[in-house]
Design a protein around this ligand. Structure first.
Ligand SMILES: Cc1cc2nc3c(=O)[nH]c(=O)nc-3n(C[C@H](O)[C@H](O)[C@H](O)COP(=O)(O)OP(=O)(O)OC[C@H]3O[C@@H](n4cnc5c(N)ncnc54)[C@H](O)[C@@H]3O)c2cc1C
Length: 479
């Protein structure tokens, strides 16, 4: 019987359970990837993600793997494969995706049943399918992450399929090639190079640099997009860290890094168990607030025109580079939802498209956490002026992304509204013309948001709902 490996968010050869098992008993499998055109109309998918995938597939080909690439409805693709090779076993990794991606998987599940095809789905990283609570989750996570790596199936021949009816159209190829010149390229070999450099040269500075816009771009691992598309497995990263950790006298920074590898699965596990987090407040007590969208405010935030330099720099930067560090992500979400008092969903969809590392299972739960709609976490309202004074002291980050402020003296770059007319004249700068005036008053809005959110959070109704959320998603019963 033929084996078909359906690559999804596991674009690697090493430690790939589906690939490894597909060559058992000297079988020679077909490896496929499907670009589903419907995805481009989903609210969270951008062509920049496809570019990263395309680069990752090229990297696999350069390593000698035959990847059959299809562009089309997955049902039509599987019909065509069946016509070409008859019955087959389908192997892939589980995907903790949005309801759109579950719908596709469910259609394929029905198709496999109808066509008497077995579909084996393997665990993705250490996210567990089918659990109802987090009892013993920590123990299961550590067991999985320390388990032996799957062997690479390098010595087997991989077979070609006819993909002629499913070619990627030229206009899509053009967009793929032109999409992300300022973003990191995808690929398994790139991921391993990044990990090697990170562990050899950067990890000790990681913890102290994490929240600084500029330093984080050098000292963070920058592996998130590679992890999201499976260019590298979390097991590979964790096990490489364990080896490196033995050489460290000060283990604090590497431990912080390794903790985040667990957070990765912790967040995705929430989404695996509840996909409504993509569109519904986790705590319904927050349902009656922020109902009205203001197009002008949203547009100013999206386009980096709010008049708050750090927010504008971050929003322009993510559009070009697909990346922000954790603190900046939290700060822009806090600004949109608390200070501009806008509903979180359109902002979450916009940033899903912008983040090259977009991972629904981290993105939407994190977004709700920062928007304070879980009722469980501390409400954090980031002050963008304080953040920029502390974390971008010499304004290097702001100068890069908001060039219209670059020639001002540093104190005014953080707060251009403090310039007197005389200083504006001396700097050849007109506040409100060369750079937008602040669209809202931060202090006033912060006070409003804080009072409103805390009142809801402390209500008995919200507390009861929070208890239910904790029962389902908290890792309190640790082993
Ligand atoms: C609103 C919001 C949305 C986010 N959306 C995403 C997303 O779509 N995809 C994504 O990978 N991360 C997301 N994050 C988490 C985090 O910001 C990024 O993982 C991190 O900035 C990526 O950079 P890095 O690879 O250099 O991370 P490093 O700091 O080097 O960390 C290594 C890895 O650990 C994991 N990790 C790190 N921080 C977190 C975290 N706070 N929560 C969960 N996992 C973490 C990631 O897989 C990351 O690649 C989001 C955070 C916020 C506040």
């Amino acid at each position: 019987m033929n084996n078909v490996v359906w690559l999804k968010r596991d674009l690697r050869i090493s430690d790939n359970e589906a690939l490894s098992k597909s060559v058992a008993n000297n079988a020679s499998p077909y490896v496929i990837y499907i670009f589903n055109p419907a995805q481009l109309s989903w609210p969270d998918v951008d062509i920049r993600h496809w570019t990263f995938i395309f680069q990752s597939l090229n990297d696999l080909r350069n390593q000698g793997l035959v990847v059959n690439t299809f562009y089309g409805d997955p049902l039509d693709v599987f019909d065509s494969i069946k016509q070409q090779i008859g019955e087959f076993n389908l192997l892939s990794h589980q995907e903790s995706g949005t309801e759109d991606s579950w719908r596709v998987d469910n259609e394929i599940k029905k198709w496999t049943k109808k066509n008497k095809i077995t579909w084996q789905e393997f665990q993705n990283n250490a996210v567990i399918r089918g659990i109802k609570n987090r009892n013993h989750w920590d123990a299961m996570w550590i067991k999985k992450i320390k388990s032996p790596l799957y062997q690479s199936p390098e010595t087997y021949i991989f077979k070609s399929l006819n993909t002629g009816d499913f070619k990627i159209p030229d206009h899509i190829l053009e967009q793929i090639f032109n999409s992300n010149h300022h973003m990191i390229p995808g690929g398994e070999s790139k991921a391993h190079n990044l990990l090697k450099t990170f562990l050899a040269e950067k990890v000790d500075e990681y913890w102290g640099s994490l929240s600084y816009p500029e330093k984080s771009r050098y000292y963070c691992s920058f592996l998130s997009a590679h992890i999201s598309y499976g260019n590298i497995s979390l097991k590979q990263i964790y096990q490489a860290c364990e080896i490196e950790r033995k050489n460290k006298s000060n283990k604090k920074s590497i431990d912080q890094y390794m903790a985040r590898l667990k957070w990765h699965c912790h967040f995705i596990q929430k989404f695996e168990m509840d996909t409504s987090i993509q569109y519904q407040n986790m705590n319904a007590s927050f349902d009656h607030i922020r109902k009205k969208s203001d197009r002008k405010l949203f547009k100013a935030w999206r386009d980096g025109q709010t008049g708050y330099p750090l927010i504008d720099a971050a929003m322009r930067c993510v559009k070009e580079t697909g990346y922000l560090n954790f603190r900046l992500r939290s700060t822009v979400v806090s600004f949109l939802t608390h200070i501009l008092w806008q509903p979180w969903k359109p902002g979450a969809d916009h940033l899903a498209k912008m983040f090259l590392d977009y991972e629904p299972g981290i993105h939407y739960p994190q977004f709700q956490m920062q928007a304070a709609t879980t009722g469980v976490h501390t409400i954090r309202i980031y002050n963008p002026i304080k953040q920029s004074l502390e974390k971008d002291k010499d304004a290097t980050f702001i100068k890069t992304w908001v060039p219209e402020l670059a020639n001002l003296s540093t104190e005014f770059i953080h707060r251009p509204w403090q310039m007197t007319p005389l200083e504006e004249g001396m700097n050849d700068f007109v506040y409100g013309k060369d750079y937008p005036k602040r669209i809202v008053d931060f202090e006033q809005r912060q006070k409003f948001a804080r009072e409103k959110l805390w009142a809801i959070k402390q209500s008995p109704q919200s507390r009861n709902r929070s208890i239910d959320i904790l029962k389902k998603h908290s890792r309190s019963k640790r082993v």
